[in-house]
Unconditional design. Structure first.
Length: 597
């Protein structure tokens, strides 16, 4: 036993086995290759794993960065393309809102300066051209109180118009179309030589002319020789302002009652008819035939004015007496007017009109609803427009259009009602495989009209006439109704439906379904129709009461669609009701009248 603790270390050293230092070195150097080999492989393995993981991470990072870069680039390019497209669609009015006059392009100032320089030559050529174009129109619109109407002097003066905008319109590469917006406060010298039926001659001066509008120039066709176009056509694309005054040379025109108003109306009509688009004047530059550039009708627009709803009441006592005015070109002989419906804010006209179309890409149908005031001027209730380019040729389009106060306003928050139209655009040359349901052959209601019509058509046309629909049988299936408004105190309704042919007054009624807001009838009624394209189907829903019936709502349908399609089913909202829809099935069975060849 060791009693001295200081000797404990020595004792422990003495207990260890004795190892020679040389053996230790021998063992170390003997196992050194294996040791080094194991250590290197571990290091290589670890480096490989670390490198692989680093490569994957770096690769994924590069991919993410590349994808984000491409997405950002794509978004930037899309935004740039949208901006460029928006700039391409900008009108002159849009540019004026963005740019002050001092920031207008310098070339526009340059163009106005050069126009001022060459204006004396333009005045001489344009004066003769306008005089030759407008004078025949003036004679055409000459008031009955005048025996003659012509120009004794016509010059545009010394003040050149100022161009405020230039736009290039794409037209498929066949030519170049340029629109020039201009303002003109000129000093022309225009004297009209008029002679009344009483033999009195009056020289009338047109003065203080102020004009603003857009002229369209068409350089077409493009050719290889100078000046690189064969002819130029000009037209007044849009008239914004036209003010002028009339003065009898050496007197006052107001001293002759009615002459001033008649002359002013005649001049405005002549301008509208002579140079307003789509009318265009063609000036040949190089020898050739340019008759294809002149204005030509390209088709007809058939319009069925069905009804209007929710019109504004302009009368203090009673309701408005609405009538409609329709036109494509605002000329007196091209405008058509419906009959007046007295004391009704939801009138039903069911009238058919036909218009000539000259340019389907730019023209539109205008509908104006007026309140008839008797001897006083009719008051406008609302107006609407339909672009003819939105119509599919040969296909009837049924539209409801919201009425606005002014067609130039972008928005009209006030509810002025809406108008219901059926439209059919029929291009010329579309006879093969297409039959116009509104044509005169279709609207005949008697055998006598067919037999009395001249046999001037070819054999194909005669064969078409042998299948013309003159009359037929209309089958109306009242299927069901949905979400009818409650009319009883218990929140229920006892509905039934009355189906009426408007022209003949034939009626049929369904059974009453008690206490049901979603009734099902599935009842079919047949009507013999003598004039399908001019008759209407009126479907009214009533609530059955012990002491009578209560009106809920109605839907009014023309028969055009069912005549063309043969049969269809649809869901129609109830007019005049807070809610509710009516499910109907209509089927047409034609009864043709044949004409012997």
């Amino acid at each position: 036993m060791i009693k001295d603790p200081s000797k404990l270390g020595e004792f422990r050293q003495s207990q260890r086995p004795a190892v020679h230092s040389g053996k230790i070195l021998q063992l170390f150097f003997t196992n050194l290759p294996a040791f080094v080999n194991c250590y290197c492989w571990n290091y290589i393995y670890m480096a490989f794993v670390v490198g692989l993981l680093s490569g994957v991470v770096v690769g994924i990072g590069l991919i993410v960065v590349f994808v984000k870069s491409e997405n950002a680039r794509s978004i930037h390019r899309a935004a740039l393309a949208e901006t460029i497209a928006s700039l391409a669609r900008m009108t002159v009015e849009d540019s004026k809102k963005l740019l002050a006059p001092e920031h207008y392009p310098s070339w526009l100032t340059w163009l106005n300066a050069h126009l001022t320089k060459i204006w004396p030559y333009v005045d001489q050529a344009a004066s003769e051209l306008i005089k030759a174009s407008v004078e025949p129109i003036l004679e055409q619109y000459r008031p009955i109180v005048l025996s003659s109407l012509s120009f004794s002097k016509f010059t545009l003066g010394t003040v050149a118009p100022q161009l405020t905008g230039v736009t290039i319109v794409e037209d498929g590469g066949e030519g170049i179309t340029m629109e020039l917006e201009m303002d003109w406060d000129g000093n022309p010298s225009i004297i009209l030589d008029i002679r009344t039926r009483l033999g009195v001659g009056l020289p009338v001066q047109v003065k203080n002319i102020a004009f603003a509008g857009v002229f369209r120039l068409i350089f077409k066709p493009l050719v290889s020789e100078l000046p690189c176009f064969g002819a130029v056509s000009y037209s007044l694309r849009h008239k914004k302002k036209l003010d002028f005054k009339l003065k009898v040379v050496g007197g006052d025109i107001a001293s002759i009652p009615g002459i001033a108003d008649v002359l002013e109306s005649t001049i405005r009509d002549a301008i509208e008819d002579s140079i307003t688009w789509p009318v265009r004047k063609v000036i040949p530059i190089l020898p050739g035939d340019y008759s294809d550039l002149e204005l030509k009708p390209v088709g007809t627009l058939e319009v069925k004015l069905i009804q209007a709803q929710g019109l504004t009441n302009k009368d203090i006592i009673g309701k408005s007496d609405p009538f409609a005015e329709l036109y494509i070109r605002p000329l007196r002989d091209r405008m058509q007017t419906s009959k007046v419906i007295n004391n009704d804010l939801s009138p039903v006209w069911n009238e058919h009109f036909e218009f000539v179309v000259e340019d389907v890409s730019t023209q539109h149908l205008t509908v104006k609803i007026f309140d008839d005031e008797g001897v006083q001027t009719a008051e406008l209730l609302g107006c609407a427009q339909v672009q003819l380019s939105q119509l599919e040729p040969g296909k009837v389009k049924d539209v409801w259009i919201k009425l606005v106060k002014d067609l130039d306003l972008q928005r009209d928050t006030k509810d002025r009602g809406k108008v219901h139209l059926e439209l059919l655009y029929c291009p010329y040359g579309m006879e093969n495989g297409f039959t116009n349901p509104f044509s005169s052959d279709f609207t005949m209601t008697s055998l006598e009209k067919v037999l009395n019509s001249g046999d001037t058509e070819n054999s194909d046309s005669v064969n078409k006439r042998r299948t013309i629909i003159i009359r037929g049988v209309l089958s109306v299936t009242v299927i069901s109704a949905e979400d009818l408004p409650p009319t009883d105190l218990m929140g229920k309704t006892d509905p039934f439906v009355v189906v009426t042919m408007k022209k003949t007054g034939m009626k049929n009624s369904t059974r009453v379904v008690n206490e049901n807001l979603n009734p099902v009838w599935n009842q079919t009624f047949d009507f013999v129709v003598e004039d399908g394209l001019h008759d209407m189907l009126v479907v009214e829903v009533y609530d059955h009461d012990t002491f009578g019936k209560e009106y809920i709502g109605r839907c009014i349908l023309t028969l055009t669609r069912v005549i063309l399609e043969g049969e269809y089913s649809d869901c129609f909202p109830l007019d005049g009701a807070k809610s509710g829809k009516l499910n109907l099935n209509l089927k047409w069975k034609a009864q043709p009248i044949y004409r012997d060849s």
